[in-house]
Design a protein around this ligand. Structure first.
Ligand code: PXP
Length: 252
């Protein structure tokens, strides 16, 4: 059945990884990602997202500890599906865990997780996280095979990778962009039909957020790199408020 009205208020998760990227570029103590999270909360974020990468290139173990101690907003802990990360997640028990693929040489998370090929391993991997009360989300491409596999392994949430759509927009390839956008919309509906909560994110900007925010089945967007960049020019609080405004306008 096609959903035409939004299923609920669209949440905004602000990803603070790149505050830590700037800090780590100089090995200094500033800018502090926890301070950024507090500003995000005041600006209307519904959650904070942080990716503890295996190479610790931005967020550190101490940042995760600090966020767990200081935050009143839910933390969405992004991580690779490794034993090391699972142990860290089980120690902290964040509100949400989002499994992402990770390659050391990539600049950012390039594709979605290959769930279909790793179904058995991932089903076992997420079971203790679910038992610990974490909402488990799987970051995947808008692909029916991956969505079906995510549902089969018992994930509560899928996050659809919007990177390809955003790249096509930035490159001015508008016909291909619109095909990708249509696919995202169809797959959001399909994920919802299978009983999954649907989120989306990666690469979203003021120019690309509205059509994704308008998909009625999408319940949360996770946005980081653009917001931290925009904060240089207008400050973090106004940068987030403008994103929130565009999301709400698209949803209305
Ligand atoms: N969602 C997931 C699963 C991600 O891995 C990332 C990047 O860390 C984001 C959202 C946010 O992407 P961006 O920083 O490009 O907004």
């Amino acid at each position: 059945m096609t959903v035409t009205k939004p299923l609920g208020r669209l949440r905004l998760g602000v990803n603070i990884d790149h505050v830590a990227t700037v800090r780590n570029a100089r090995g200094s103590a500033y800018p502090d990602p926890i301070r950024a999270a507090q500003i995000a909360e005041a600006a209307g974020a519904d959650g904070i997202t942080a990716h503890l990468r295996e190479d610790r290139r931005h967020i550190s173990d101490a940042d995760i500890e600090g966020l767990m101690a200081a935050l009143t907003l839910p933390l969405n802990f992004e991580m690779a599906a490794t034993e090391e990360m699972q142990a860290i997640a089980l120690r902290h028990k964040p509100h949400a865990v989002c499994l992402v693929p990770e390659k050391r040489e990539e600049r950012t998370t390039e594709g979605g997780l290959e769930v279909a090929r790793e179904e058995n391993r991932l089903a076992h991997f997420i079971a203790p996280l679910r038992d610990a009360g974490c909402r488990v989300s799987i970051f995947i491409a808008a692909d029916a095979r991956q969505i079906e596999a995510a549902a089969r392994i018992g994930a509560a949430v899928i996050e659809l990778h919007t990177g390809a759509y955003c790249d096509l927009h930035a490159e001015g390839r508008f016909e291909e962009r619109d095909i990708e956008l249509a696919r995202l919309g169809e797959m959001a509906a399909y994920g919802h039909e299978l009983g999954l909560e649907v989120h989306a994110g990666h690469g979203l900007t003021y120019d690309t957020v509205a059509p994704v925010a308008a998909f009625p089945e999408v319940m949360e967007l996770n946005i980081g790199h653009f917001l931290i960049g925009e904060a240089i020019f207008r400050g973090l609080d106004p940068a987030i408020r403008e994103m929130r405004r565009l999301m709400d306008a698209a949803r209305a």
